[in-house]
Write a protein that binds this ligand. Structure first.
Ligand SMILES: *[C@@H]1O[C@H](CO)[C@@H](O)[C@H](O)[C@H]1NC(C)=O
Length: 157
């Protein structure tokens, strides 16, 4: 009888503990955090810092439409916005040295293995001579950025 009572108490204790852990779990779910270093499939490096809904950073491009179009070190400032939630939407833009500009819009996703990825579509506007050349002014594509780390330093060079 004693052991039955003990077992009953023990089981209630175990169930109680399990319940406690189950309730704490939601707090440990990580949010897709855009702050840090990202690398595109082409090897471009994106460094972002988010402050509330604002995003700032540096884009170091691995590709350019013409030699020098993105400046002597192929780097430019990033300004953008990021949404709420576990996997927020994000949009950011870059103005290049020779006057062209790019915008990306996408979403930050948590990967099953623990990493995170930014899946985006982009448009690049090149400055053309006149409205007659407007038809050839814009490129569009897809970029996927893999999260490299939360380090502050730049390693895109
Ligand atoms: C995102 O990560 C940065 C750098 O590790 C950290 O300082 C910041 O608090 C994180 N933001 C959120 C919303 O978790």
């Amino acid at each position: 009888m004693k052991s039955l009572v003990f077992c009953g108490c023990f089981c209630v204790f175990v169930l109680g503990a399990a319940q406690l852990f189950a309730e704490q779990e939601p707090k440990q779910v990580t949010r897709c955090n855009v702050t840090g270093q990202w690398r595109s499939e082409q090897g471009s490096m994106l460094q972002l810092t988010s402050t509330g809904p604002e995003v700032r950073g540096i884009y170091h491009t691995a590709v350019e439409t013409a030699l020098g179009a993105s400046g002597h070190n192929r780097e430019s400032k990033v300004v953008g916005v990021v949404g709420h939630g576990l996997q927020p939407a994000v949009a950011f833009s870059v103005l290049w040295a020779k006057g062209s500009c790019s915008s990306w819009v996408g979403q930050c996703f948590l990967l099953p293995g623990g990493g995170q990825v930014l899946k985006t579509l982009w448009m690049l506007r090149s400055v053309v001579e006149s409205s007659l050349d407007n038809w050839e002014s814009t490129r569009l594509g897809e970029d996927q950025f893999i999260f490299v780390g939360h380090m502050e330093g730049r390693d895109g060079h």
